[in-house]
Design a protein around this ligand. Structure first.
Ligand code: ADE
Length: 235
């Protein structure tokens, strides 16, 4: 899968994703992350990409022309229109289901705003999806874009070593993940639950499911309600 990030801070994207699991997947050619500097598409000798908002108000607005030109160069190279995700606190809140949907794309463009946002005409022309990572305001769309890229990447076959681990964990079945333990068997007087040492896989699975359900009920009653009504529908 190829990610293309339209940003005024390309180094931030590359620094954030060229390490750890995404970095390894990039090295192995399973993913690519291209950071396109919108400033490279400025059409004036000062490389200016922002200006004062019409109607007045604080801050600067990113201009439509360089944003559209940066996108057009990508679309032209691909030979087709591309899906463009605009990172904005006004978007739909990102979740695992969206990550799965984005993971089906060959190419995904992430558009990062700064200052007071981007001229609405550019958004109308190129954006297909408006996505927020939560109800708080960040200084720009770069961290949100990295959050989306990370969550989508780990769903691409081969990115995680253990293919199972993206299937069994939190949210994949609408529940939070069960607690995990590793050696030693006793730590500061606290013992690993006996059932995990029993070798009885069916019992372990049953215990883990119970733990997941109990956790979800306690920490995420909203998800628990959904889980219960889905189970009732299935019955
Ligand atoms: N840009 C600024 N804040 C954001 C948020 N919460 N989600 C997505 N993009 C943003």
């Amino acid at each position: 899968m190829r990610f293309h990030v339209l940003t005024l801070f390309p180094q931030m994207i590359l620094d954030g994703l060229n390490t750890s699991i995404t970095g390894r997947a990039i090295e192995r050619g399973i993913l690519s992350v291209e950071a396109v500097n919108i400033r490279d598409y400025a059409n004036n000798k000062h490389m200016k990409v922002d200006d004062y908002p019409y109607g007045g108000g604080a801050g600067l607005v990113m201009q439509a022309a360089p944003v559209c030109a940066a996108y057009d160069a990508l679309a032209e190279r691909a030979g087709r229109p591309l899906r463009v995700v605009y990172m904005t606190p006004q978007g739909h809140t990102f979740n695992q289901q969206m990550a799965q949907d984005f993971a089906k794309e060959e190419d995904l463009v992430l558009l990062c705003g700064h200052y007071e946002g981007i001229d609405e005409r550019a958004l109308e022309r190129i954006v297909t999806d408006h996505v927020s990572i939560g109800d708080y305001v960040l200084t720009g769309g770069e961290l949100p874009a990295m959050v989306v890229i990370d969550a989508v990447s780990r769903l691409i076959p081969g990115v995680l070593h253990n293919e199972m681990s993206s299937e069994t964990e939190s949210f994949e079945n609408g529940l939070l993940e069960y607690p995990q333990y590793t050696r030693p068997e006793e730590f500061e007087g606290m013992r690993v639950p006996q059932i995990l040492l029993s070798g009885d896989h069916a019992k372990v699975d049953q215990w883990r499911l119970e733990q997941s359900v109990a956790r979800t009920k306690k920490f995420r009653p909203d998800l628990y309600e959904k889980y219960i009504s889905k189970r009732e529908q299935a019955e």
